[in-house]
Design a protein around this ligand. Structure first.
Ligand code: ATP
Length: 328
């Protein structure tokens, strides 16, 4: 089926209330088919609730959502035939091996025995489970179960795949493998909606990113446009350790932004205008300070997240949680 130029997901004023508490608050999203869309936010922001509404598992209190044009309430059966969701394979037979399990799911969606074997082998490899392919699932650790669940959710390569915090708790190597598997699926035509607390994951994978906080959409765009909106690039110059403090003073005179001087001779200056870089380097040279490296860096998604949540003025704790998660 071709879904070119179509919206895989569209929501208008999507809202979910639990009693007096509003978990998702008037969210508008448009996700183009064939892209990766990240919903980024701290614990409790409303990411899972949004996914559950889109996956027809929870009914919206108000507002609308559609998947490939099918309404998640009125056309729930059609929506279910177009989506895959992680976590739905939790109740697998514990006595089966990982390979048997993936083969069973492959057979269930109509692949031949040979295709099922090939698909299972590919996925076991992608999720670093090849070595334990023939072990019963009841002997698996939590991390191994999670990887098997992700692998199972990818068997059908559905038109729209929801990955709810797919790499939380995975080691860096498996996380990279997961990213590469997602990229392959998308190249083959699957649209992916991914929720994550990891800014790096959104930056690496997503074509567009929505930041949600306290149930509200607080920013949406490409990683670059979100970074540009924050606006502060950083100049990093490396000078001799003995010159670093002097360099910091000179640059501080030329910039209204914050200057930080590292013991390793690296001086960072927050730039309000990248045109200031030339005069800054000339000033250093005029004072006889040799720079061994110069780089201008865009803000990171961390900076974006902090800037956005600072503007809303209420999420310093949530932002702290994100930072911790990111550093972990
Ligand atoms: P996490 O990263 O922790 O999974 P999240 O962004 O996915 O967070 P949600 O699980 O969507 O957040 O939860 C959003 C808010 O809604 C939370 O405060 C949660 O306690 C609340 N909530 C979710 N489900 C229910 C429910 N069934 N009844 C009452 N409150 C709920």
């Amino acid at each position: 089926m071709a879904y070119g130029n179509q919206l895989a997901i569209s929501t208008r004023m999507l809202t979910k209330r639990y009693g007096d508490f509003t978990a998702v608050d008037g969210v508008d999203l448009d996700v183009s088919a064939g892209t990766v869309f990240a919903v980024l936010g701290p614990n409790g922001a409303g990411k899972t609730t949004t996914v559950r509404m889109l996956a027809t598992l929870v009914a919206p209190t108000s507002g609308h959502a559609s998947v490939f044009g099918f309404d998640v309430v009125a056309d729930a059966v059609a929506v279910r035939s177009l989506i895959g969701l992680t976590g739905q394979y939790a109740s697998v037979d514990e006595d089966m091996t990982a390979a048997e399990n993936l083969m069973l799911f492959s057979r269930l969606i109509g692949l031949s025995r040979r295709q099922s074997r090939a698909r299972a082998d590919d996925l076991l490899e992608s999720f670093a489970l090849a070595d334990v392919a023939d072990r019963q699932i009841k002997t698996f650790s939590g991390g191994m179960r999670r990887r098997l669940d992700l692998a199972a959710s990818m068997i059908a390569a559905p038109p729209l795949l929801f990955l709810d915090e797919p790499t939380t708790g995975l080691d860096p190597r498996t996380r990279q493998q997961m990213w590469s598997t997602v990229r392959t699926l998308v190249a083959e035509g699957t649209t992916v909606l991914l929720t994550t607390q990891y800014l790096e994951e959104a930056d690496q994978l997503a074509d567009r990113i929505a930041v949600i906080d306290h149930g509200r959409l607080v920013a949406e765009g490409t990683a670059d446009s979100l970074k540009d909106a924050v606006g502060t690039s950083t100049l990093e110059v490396t000078v001799g350790v003995a010159d670093a403090v002097m360099a910091g003073r000179i640059l501080g005179h030329l910039s209204p932004g914050t200057v930080t001087v590292g013991v390793d001779g690296i001086v960072n200056v927050a730039l309000t205008d990248t045109a200031a870089v030339g005069p800054m380097l000339v000033a250093l040279a005029d004072h006889g300070i040799v720079t061994t490296s110069v780089a201008v860096a865009k803000p990171t998604l961390d900076d974006v997240f902090f800037a956005i949540t600072d503007q809303t003025g209420r999420t310093s704790m949530a932002a702290g949680a994100i930072r911790q998660e990111h550093a972990a």
